[in-house]
Ligand binder design. Structure first.
Ligand code: NPW
Ligand code: ADP
Ligand code: K
Length: 506
């Protein structure tokens, strides 16, 4: 499990060590780790170290100090180093070390920003050490002009020191201009803002350098399930299992306008281990489901007549589908775990419960928040995904999963997960229906298995968020497997799930 923290949490964890006079030691560990990460990355790219040029953009605080010390280590490996000081001062010891190591220093002004941008753009390595966890807002003045003058497609390797300058370490909000990094080397532990969009868009690959604060870290503000966690959480049938004990999912999805959503949701559920899938919906849609997935048991009955362990509601349903929407409300009222997608989102009561998992994309989340009186539109959700998903979970008291390049999950108790295991090829019609089916199948199988979560270090009350994150990860990994570097259609995601599951659980 990757644990991520707010900037404030990290700074609090540093305090006992700073109080013990270890500030300089922490900075040495951080900057040495940063320099080593640059060396490894250059080698991995087949690039020569000796004679390569490094430009460090150094702010006036400790983040700039890390960058200058790191550049001094790189100078000792034979790299040519230049510093652009973006503030009215620089970390004194780090600047002295940088100069001792032979580095050239430029002081940035409004007048020379363009010229220095051209110089920086030609460097083999650009270290962004302008702002770290002490930042208030984004880059200002000449530093903003310098970064605006740099293309986001620099030929050299761009490495962010701790966090890309201008990205909020707590939320992932990005205050333009931000220099997008290929690699972010972050100190002590991952910052939440590196794992939530748009921060994650700018961070590139994230590498954590331990600096000795680990034992002082509190409960993480956000987590990411990794393969070992997924393997532990995925269920395996026992010798005496039967289809009912493995978990039955009821699916209320699709409409005469969107019958395919029902098929894709069922395919997702079947691929993700449900013992049985029962479909409820209009006869024409049920016929299509029967033809496409003969394993599914279809009926036109009511929610109350069908014994299941969890419900999936809403994929491919519209505001006019009154009978289906009534079934969706009945499923929520049953108190069973429910995944509520797409057309169900506007039709459910405002206040729900943790075992109800809502799966909006950014537009649907904006509409949901708007209905609940919070002032969001789609672009506001995209600018602060973590804040938006947090607020939706608070207002609805449900578990909320926001789909996107990084999928975020918030529990109403303020536990957060971020999964980014997919590929942009997943942005294909019907992909969300398959995700709903996968999460539904997982809810049916492990929703009542409290011990499984406790053993994996997850508070059982927070298991709904973990199940949603597990489903998002399976879906992302299946998409990545299906892509093979090229496009695929949504059904192929479902086809890829069993092998991905097998590798994780094996
Ligand atoms: N603590 C430790 O022991 C360790 C810390 N470590 C490192 O320290 C980093 C945190 O360092 P930090 O606290 O000095 O803050 P930092 O992010 O460099 O920036 C604040 C400075 O910038 C200024 N400033 C603020 N906002 C601004 C803006 N929008 N635009 C322009 N300027 C702005 C502000 O000045 P002010 O505006 O207040 O005059 C202040 O001087 C952390 O990310 C990690 O890299 C590691 O070495 C491990 C050990
Ligand atoms: N750029 C991307 N990178 C990775 N995953 C993505 C990207 N865009 C979308 N996805 C994933 O694809 C799925 C799309 O779901 P959704 O928007 O509901 O699609 P649809 O309504 O067409 O089924 C989500 O799981 C989302 O996380
Ligand atoms: K930085």
């Amino acid at each position: 499990m990757i644990s991520a923290y707010t900037g404030t949490q990290i700074r609090a964890a540093e305090q006992p060590l700073l109080a013990a006079g270890m500030g300089a030691v922490l900075m040495q560990r951080a900057s040495y780790g940063l320099a080593n990460a640059v060396v490894h990355e250059l080698r991995a790219r087949g690039r020569r170290l000796y004679g390569a040029s490094v430009a460090v953009l150094a702010g006036k605080g400790n983040n700039g100090g890390d960058g200058l010390f790191a550049a001094s280590f790189l100078a000792a490996r034979g790299m040519r180093t230049t510093a652009v000081l973006t503030g009215d001062a620089a970390h004194p010891e780090a600047l002295a070390a940088f100069e001792r190591a032979g580095g050239r220093v430029h002081v940035l002004t409004e007048a020379n920003a363009g010229e220095l941008a051209a110089h920086v753009a030609g460097a083999d390595v650009v270290l962004d050490a302008i702002l770290g966890t002490g930042a208030q807002g984004g880059l200002r003045g000449a530093a903003a002009a310098l970064v605006s003058g740099l293309s986001n497609e620099l030929p050299g390797l761009v490495v962010a020191c701790d966090i890309p300058s201008g990205v909020d370490a707590d939320t992932g909000e990005a205050h333009a201009p931000v220099l997008s990094a290929d690699l972010t080397v972050t100190f002590g532990a991952a910052k939440a803002g590196l794992l939530a969009d748009p921060g994650a868009d700018h961070a590139g690959r994230v590498q954590v350098v331990p600096i000795g604060i680990e034992e002082h870290l509190p409960w993480p503000s956000l987590r990411r399930l990794e393969p070992a966690d997924l393997g532990r959480l995925l269920p395996r049938p026992g010798r005496r299992s039967h289809k009912y004990s493995r978990g039955v999912l009821g699916v209320v999805a699709g409409s005469e306008d969107y019958p395919g959503a029902a098929v894709l949701a069922c395919r997702g559920a079947l691929s993700a281990g449900a013992g049985m899938v029962r479909y409820l919906g209009p006869p024409a849609v049920a016929d299509l489901v029967r033809q496409s997935c003969p394993e599914v048991v279809c009926s036109t009955g009511s929610v109350a007549d069908n014994r299941v362990q969890a419900w999936l509601v809403g994929s491919g349903m519209g505001p006019g589908d009154s009978e289906q929407l009534q079934r969706a409300r009945d499923a929520v009222e049953s108190g069973l775990p429910v995944i509520a997608d797409a057309g169900a989102l506007p039709a459910l009561p405002d206040v729900l419960a943790p075992q109800v998992v809502l799966t909006p994309h950014a537009g649907e989340l904006a509409a949901l928040l708007d209905r609940l009186g919070a002032d969001y539109d789609r672009s506001a959700v995209e600018a602060n995904t973590l804040g938006a998903v947090r607020q939706a979970a608070v207002l609805t008291e449900a578990t909320v999963l926001l789909k996107g390049p990084s999928t975020l999950v918030a529990s109403p108790f303020q536990d957060f997960y971020s999964q980014a295991d997919g590929t942009p090829w997943l942005a294909t019609a019907g992909s969300g229906d398959v995700l709903a089916g996968i999460i539904g199948a997982l809810l049916a199988q492990v929703g009542s298995d409290v011990g499984r979560f406790r053993n994996a270090g997850i508070d059982p009350d927070e298991r709904w968020a973990a199940i949603a994150a597990l489903g998002a990860s399976l879906h992302g990994r299946a998409g990545t497997a299906a892509a093979e570097g090229g496009p695929f259609t949504a059904g192929r995601i479902a086809d890829a799930v069993p092998a991905v599951w097998g590798r994780l659980a094996g």
